[in-house]
Design a protein around this ligand. Structure first.
Ligand code: ATP
Ligand code: MG
Length: 548
C-alpha cells in the first residue's frame, strides 16, 4: 500500500484532541459526584417527610382522644348546670306561697322576681302556667303575649304526662332552653335560659365547633348551626357515636373531621363536638414546611460551597496536570536535545574524518561509504524527529492485516542486518480491520526492525547462534493481531517498563522513538500494542478489532 493511496482514502472518524480526551475522562467523575449529591438531597428530604407522616398519624390519634375527653367534660358540665336549674326551679315550685287556687298573686310575683332577677340562672325569664298552658304570671311582665297557650309544647306535655321536671328547647329553632317543673298538680313553673348565655361554653380553638341536640334531633345550640347538623339521621349518628365512647373520623360536607359525642346526663340532650382535621394538622404541616425549607436552603448552600470548592480543586488539579505535562515536555526536550546534539556531533566527527581521509588521498571507497553512512544516520534522525513532532492525522480504511505485515517485512529486505537473521512470515487467512495503512505499516516496520537489530546484536554478543524473527498474523476472538517474536533475549534490564516512552534507547545509533510512535499510532487507530517477554526473547503484539 503506497502512502499516496492512503492519503486519497476517505477520512475515518475524527481523532479526539488531548483536551477533549481529558474532558471526557473527567465527565464520569463529575457524574458520580452529582449522583452522590442528589442521593444525599433525596435522603435529607425523605427523612423529614417520613417523620411528618408519623407525626401526623400520632397527632390524629391524640386529637381524637382529646376531643372525646373534651366532649365528655362539656357534657358533664352542661348536665350539672341543668340539674342546678331544675333543682332551683323545683325549690321555688315547692314554696307554699306558690298556689294557683288562692286569689293572692303577690307572693308568686315576688318569688318569680327573685328567681329571675335575684340570680343569673334564668336569663330568659320565669313564668307560672296553669294546666291548660295559659300564662298566669311571668317575670319580666309581658314575657308572652296575653292568652298565649303553650299546652302543645313538647316540654309542657311531658311535664303533665310524667308529673316530673323536664328540660328541652323552648320552641324549635330557638336557642332558648326550657326548664319546666310541675306545681303540686296545679300548673307548671317554667324557667327560660338563653343557651348562648354561659349555658354552653364558647370554643376558642380554630376549626372546633360544638352543637347541642334536643331529644328529637332539633338543634338547641347554636342557632346558626351548619346545615349538616340538621341533616336527617344526625341524631342516630350522634347517639351511636356517644355509645362508642371514643371519637371517630367523619367526612362532613367533603371535609374530614374528628367527631365526639356524649349524652347530657339527666336531660334528653346530646352534645356533639367537631374538629376540622386540616385545621388540627395545620401547625404540624407548617412546621414540616419550615423544616423542608430550612433543609433545602442548607442543601443548596452546601451544594454551592461544595461546587465552588470542587471547582477550585479541579482547576488546581488541571493546572497541576498542565505543569506536569509541561515539565515532562521539557524533560523530553532536554533528553531529545542532548541526544540530537550527541548524534549530530558523532555524525559530524564521522563526516570530518571521511573528508580528511579524502583530502589526504586515502581510500576513496571507504570514505564514501562513511559519508553515506553518516548522511543516512542524520537523515534517519531528521525523519524520526519530524514524524514525532507531527500531530497524528488518522485516515482509517478497511485493510487486510496480514498483507500489511507482509509489506512491512518486504520493505526491510535491504536492511544490512537482514541477511544475518532468518525472518519468517506466517498468516492465518484474511484479517480485515479498520486502520491507517501508512501508520500501521510504519508501526510493524519498527517492531520487525527492532527485532532484527536485537537478534543481530544477540548473535554478535554470542548469545544466539541462529537468530530468528517470526511474524504471524492471526485471529484472536474479535481481534486481528500481528505478533513479532524474536530469540534475542529481550530488552536490557531497566528498559522493559519504559519501552513505549519517547527517547528511551539502548542502542548507540538509536533515537528511541520507534516504539513510542508505534504505540501512539495504535492508540490513535483504536487498537493496542503490547509487549511480553518470552523464553527466547521478546514478543510485541499489534491488535486491531476485526470488521464484523
Ligand atoms: N525486540 C526487541 N528486543 C530487545 N529489545 C528491544 C526490542 N525492541 C525494542 N527494544 C528495546 O527498546 C528500546 C526502544 O526501542 P525503539 O524502537 O523505541 O527505539 P530504538 O530502536 O532504540 O531507536 P529508533 O528510534 O531508531 O527506533 C530499544 O533501544 C531496545 O533497547
Ligand atoms: Mg527502533
Amino acid at each position: 500500500m503506497s502512502p499516496d493511496a492512503a492519503k486519497s482514502a476517505p477520512q475515518g472518524p475524527p481523532t479526539p484532541t488531548p483536551s477533549a480526551r481529558l474532558a471526557s475522562a473527567h465527565r464520569p467523575f463529575a457524574r458520580a459526584v452529582g449522583m452522590g449529591l442528589a442521593l444525599l438531597a433525596a435522603i435529607a428530604i425523605i427523612g423529614p417527610l417520613i417523620s411528618y407522616r408519623s407525626d401526623v398519624s400520632a397527632s390524629r390519634v391524640q386529637m381524637q382522644a382529646r376531643l372525646a375527653r373534651e366532649s365528655a367534660l362539656y357534657a358533664d358540665a352542661l348536665s350539672l348546670h341543668v340539674s342546678l336549674l331544675q333543682a332551683e326551679l323545683e325549690r321555688v315550685a315547692q314554696q307554699p306561697e306558690v298556689n294557683l287556687r288562692d286569689d293572692t298573686a303577690a307572693p308568686e310575683e315576688l318569688l318569680l322576681r327573685i328567681a329571675h332577677q335575684g340570680s343569673s340562672l334564668f336569663t330568659g325569664g320565669v313564668a307560672l302556667l296553669d294546666l291548660q298552658g295559659q300564662v298566669i304570671r311571668s317575670e319580666p311582665h309581658g314575657l308572652f303575649a296575653a292568652n298565649t297557650a303553650l299546652q302543645r309544647s313538647p316540654w309542657f306535655q311531658r311535664v303533665l304526662a310524667t308529673r316530673g321536671s323536664t328540660v328541652d328547647v323552648f320552641s324549635a329553632g330557638e336557642e332558648t332552653l326550657a326548664v319546666a317543673v310541675p306545681v303540686r298538680n296545679e300548673g307548671v313553673l317554667l324557667g327560660l335560659v338563653q343557651a348562648s348565655h354561659r349555658l354552653v361554653p364558647q370554643l376558642h380553638d380554630e376549626g372546633e365547633s360544638l352543637a347541642v341536640l334536643g331529644p328529637t334531633g332539633n338543634v338547641l345550640f347554636p342557632s346558626s348551626a351548619p346545615a349538616w347538623v340538621r341533616q336527617g339521621g344526625m341524631l342516630e349518628r350522634v347517639q351511636a357515636l356517644a355509645a362508642g365512647g371514643e371519637g371517630e373520623q367523619w367526612e362532613l360536607a367533603g371535609t374530614p373531621v374528628f367527631a365526639a359525642a356524649n349524652a347530657v346526663r339527666g336531660t334528653p340532650l346530646w352534645l356533639l363536638m367537631i374538629a376540622d382535621q386540616h385545621a388540627a394538622i395545620a401547625p404540624l404541616r407548617g412546621r414540616m414546611r419550615l423544616q423542608l425549607l430550612f433543609i433545602a436552603v442548607l442543601q443548596v448552600a452546601t451544594l454551592l460551597l461544595f461546587a465552588l470548592s470542587l471547582r477550585r480543586i479541579y482547576r488546581g488539579f488541571l493546572a497541576f496536570e498542565a505543569r506536569v505535562t509541561q515539565s515532562e515536555k521539557l524533560a523530553a526536550l532536554g533528553t531529545a536535545s542532548s541526544l540530537i546534539a550527541h548524534e549530530v556531533k558523532n555524525s559530524l566527527n564521522g563526516l570530518g574524518a571521511a573528508v580528511s581521509m579524502l583530502e589526504l588521498g586515502g581510500d576513496a571507497a571507504t570514505s564514501v561509504k562513511t559519508l553515506r553512512g553518516q548522511t543516512n544516520r542524520l537523515g534517519h534522525l531528521a525523519r524520526s524527529l519530524l514524524a514525532f513532532g507531527k500531530p497524528p492525522v488518522v485516515h482509517r480504511v478497511p485493510v487486510q492485516l496480514e498483507r500489511v505485515a507482509q509489506e512491512a517485512v518486504d520493505g526491510l529486505a535491504a536492511l544490512p542486518e537482514r541477511s544475518e537473521v532468518q525472518v519468517t512470515v506466517h498468516s492465518a487467512g484474511p484479517l480485515r480491520v479498520q486502520a491507517d495503512p501508512l501508520m500501521l505499516v510504519t508501526a510493524i516496520d519498527n517492531l520487525v526492525r527492532n527485532a532484527i537489530e536485537a537478534a543481530v546484536g544477540a548473535k554478535d554478543l554470542g548469545r544466539v547462534s541462529a537468530p530468528w524473527v517470526r511474524v504471524s498474523a492471526e485471529r484472536d476472538g474479535r481481534w486481528g493481531q500481528v505478533r513479532v517474536e524474536d530469540n534475542a533475549g529481550g530488552p536490557p534490564p531497566g528498559f522493559e517498563e519504559r519501552l513505549f516512552e519517547p527517547f528511551v534507547t539502548s542502542k548507540p545509533k538509536g533515537i528511541g522513538l520507534g516504539l513510542s510512535m508505534a504505540h501512539q499510532a495504535l492508540v490513535d487507530m483504536g487498537g493496542k500494542l503490547a509487549f511480553e517477554r518470552t523464553a527466547a526473547g521478546s514478543c510485541f503484539t499489534v491488535r486491531l478489532e476485526l470488521e464484523p
